[in-house]
Design a binder for this molecule. Structure first.
Ligand code: AMP
Ligand code: MG
Length: 372
């Protein structure tokens, strides 16, 4: 295996897999059982790379992850280098069993079992007190560790076959939109990682919800695939980290939240307010006069109002799961179309809208235009 990052020959492995379309445990188990002999041979090859300290991109139901043995500092260091990720941004550890999880934490807080029972495998990451086995490079020096059990059959099977706990941040260059298709990973990480498993689209398309279980009240540190209201069906009370609401005055508890993220090459502006369509159209004219290529990011409901050459819809406003699924791919499409400025509609911050707006605001580097 080539030790030098940036000078690797990446093995591209294609697995024909439709992913999953729900989080039912039995359904996922059956999907794992239906992996073919050929698929399993490919996964064994990748598991062996992981066992010998290599780094490998693979699909999860949220976004593609870049995995390494989470308890091997040297292997984890390669992830940070390949992504250009700041070292104080901790990684999530991915497990395929409860035994694996128990080994990583000091204690299992109240309510964790209930959450696991309802939401694992799935897009919920739980932050708990870290046990002694977890290296500091994983947690960025924090005394807590973030753990998740992914639901994608390929991810689960790969973890199981490697016998390892996998550190797996999103498989993109830090700061870029997260990869929701194998092609996105190849574009960002070809020749920087040992292997890339390409297996179609991720069915959720947004990262997991990060929930801090170390304080009294479970607190969302990053909104994601499981909404606050879904968590509230299981827990009496769930808070949203105050740093997410007012990040200029309060430091977010999740170190990753302070970085600009998800950004396409273009400068993104979010336009809010009652007359947002007119305001977007006026701004668009203004930028076009300056010779800029303007792209519009909107919903089906208002799509026909815009006559710009590049107009992309996230889907219907009443189907935010679909918008979440489309978001990162569309942000990357703007790059392909050489757009200089993206003017984006906003969405109400409820349900999945919370996670969508969190990603959009980051993609926009906080450039929000509040109109009438
Ligand atoms: P990514 O791996 O790109 O999905 O990002 C992982 C997210 O989880 C980042 O926002 C991290 O800051 C967050 N995270 C990981 N570990 C912890 C932790 N121990 N405490 C708080 N947030 C964490
Ligand atoms: Mg990421």
């Amino acid at each position: 295996m080539n030790e030098e990052i940036g000078a690797k020959k990446t093995t591209i492995i294609n697995i024909n897999h439709s992913g999953i379309n729900n989080m039912d445990k039995l359904y996922i188990e059956n999907k794992i059982k239906s992996l073919s002999k050929e698929d399993l041979e490919k996964l064994q090859y990748v598991a062996d790379i992981l066992k010998s300290g290599g780094i490998v991109a693979f699909p999860t139901e949220t976004v593609y992850g870049l995995g390494a043995n989470g308890l091997d500092e040297k292997a984890v260091e390669k992830i940070f280098k390949a992504k250009g990720r700041p070292s104080d941004n901790p990684l999530i550890l991915h497990v395929a069993s409860l035994n694996q999880m128990q080994d990583l934490v000091l204690e299992i807080p109240q309510n964790v079992e209930k959450l696991i029972d309802r939401f694992w495998p799935g897009p919920l990451t739980l932050v708990m007190k870290k046990g002694p086995k977890v290296p500091d490079i994983i947690t960025g020096g924090l005394d807590t560790v973030a753990i998740r059990m992914p639901a994608h059959p390929i991810a689960l099977k790969l973890i199981e076959m490697s016998g390892l706990v996998l550190a797996a941040p999103s498989a993109n260059i830090s700061g870029k939109p997260s990869p929701t298709r194998g092609e996105h990973v190849v574009r960002d990480l070809d020749n920087k990682v040992d292997a890339i498993i390409m297996a179609g689209e991720c069915n959720i398309g947004l990262e997991s919800t990060v929930l801090d279980m170390t304080g009294g009240i479970p607190t969302i540190l990053r909104p994601g695939g499981i909404s606050k209201s879904e968590l509230e069906k299981v827990l009496d009370r769930v808070d949203l980290d105050k740093g997410l609401i007012d990040s200029t005055n309060i430091k977010p508890k999740s170190p990753g939240m302070k970085y600009t993220h998800y950004a396409p090459e273009a400068t993104v502006y979010i336009v809010r307010g009652k007359n947002f369509v007119d305001n977007i159209k006026n701004l668009s004219k203004k930028y076009e006069k300056k010779g800029k290529n303007v792209g519009i990011l909107c919903f089906d409901d208002t799509y026909n109002n815009y006559d710009n050459p590049v107009v992309k819809s996230l889907g219907a406003r009443n189907k935010l799961e679909e918008a979440a699924f489309n978001l990162f791919n569309i942000l990357r499409e703007f790059d392909d179309l050489n757009v200089d400025i993206v003017l984006s509609e906003a969405v109400e911050e409820v349900g999945m809208g919370q996670a969508i707006m969190n990603r959009l605001i980051k993609a926009a580097g906080n450039r929000i235009i509040e109109g009438e």
